[in-house]
Ligand binder design. Structure first.
Ligand code: SF4
Length: 260
């Protein structure tokens, strides 16, 4: 929602200067609706600049590979050390955002700026915009690189997610689906329920992945689950959010690149 709004506002000349390009880091595990939306966004005459797609691999396949002893994809999945102790729940350290999002974007930016295998300039050389809305202000993070400055135009305009939706509607643009990995453990119950209700094939797949990682992750003690209750996804009632106001955990994803 926010990244699409940002790109389209730039295309409509409501935010400037005009970007050279947009970059989408594909983990290979997004909902089909996101890939369809991306195709629309990349079609001629929607934006006035290219949208590059970068990837370091398919996170879902790497996750299953890890459960069979292959490449390790470290998602923030939940662990239960003792099956009889309902409080013995932990979370695996998250490296997926860095590996599958931040690193390939950085590599592409450096390539586009002509910095591949070159020394980094000491002065700002690249301005990178991030699609973070006003209510997510805690997610902003300064660039760690002297050659790059980060900018959050939606926050400059104090635009919330709802404002983004209103702006898109005012131009007759389609409502963008939420971008995140299908099996991301940060999902709220509402997000899991929407996959189960609206996309049965994708639901079947995340349930299968949840089962497959249960006992097989290298170096992890106990059982592994995608749902925060540390119980099998297909057995979770998925009603908690109405009772508890539980939301997704993307606000805690402080790198600001997942769930935007
Ligand atoms: S959406 Fe979730 S699983 Fe995917 S890269 Fe981000 S934190 Fe990891």
């Amino acid at each position: 929602m926010q990244s699409t709004t940002l790109a389209l506002m730039a295309a409509q000349d409501e935010i400037g200067p005009m970007p050279d390009c947009a970059i989408f880091a594909d983990t290979g595990w997004e909902p089909q609706a996101v890939y369809d939306h991306l195709s629309w966004l990349r079609s001629p005459h929607v934006l006035l600049f290219p949208v590059h797609i970068v990837s370091t691999g398919n996170l879902r396949d790497d996750l299953l590979g890890a459960s069979r002893g292959g490449r390790w994809a470290s998602i923030p999945a939940y662990t239960r050390g003792n099956a009889d102790d309902r409080d013995d729940i932990g979370m695996i350290r998250r490296q997926c955002t860095t590996e599958y999002k931040i690193a390939p974007i950085r590599k592409k930016v450096r390539a586009l700026a002509g910095l591949t295998r070159k020394r980094s300039p000491r002065e700002p050389f690249v301005e990178q915009w991030m699609g973070i809305s006003f209510e997510e202000i805690t997610r902003i993070k300064m660039s760690r690189e002297a050659w790059q400055v980060n900018r959050w135009p939606l926050i400059e305009k104090r635009m919330t997610r709802r404002d983004c939706l209103r702006w898109l509607e005012s131009y007759g643009y389609p409502r963008p689906p939420k971008s995140s990995c299908l099996g991301c453990p940060f999902h709220s119950d509402a997000a899991w329920r929407a996959i189960r209700k609206d996309h049965p094939e994708e639901w079947e797949d995340v349930v299968a992945v949840d089962r497959a990682i249960r006992r097989g992750l290298r170096g992890i003690r106990g059982e592994v689950f995608l749902h925060r209750s540390a119980t099998p996804l297909e057995t979770v009632p998925l009603t908690a959010c109405e009772k508890t106001g539980q939301t997704d955990l993307f606000l805690d994803e402080c790198d600001g690149v997942c769930g935007v």
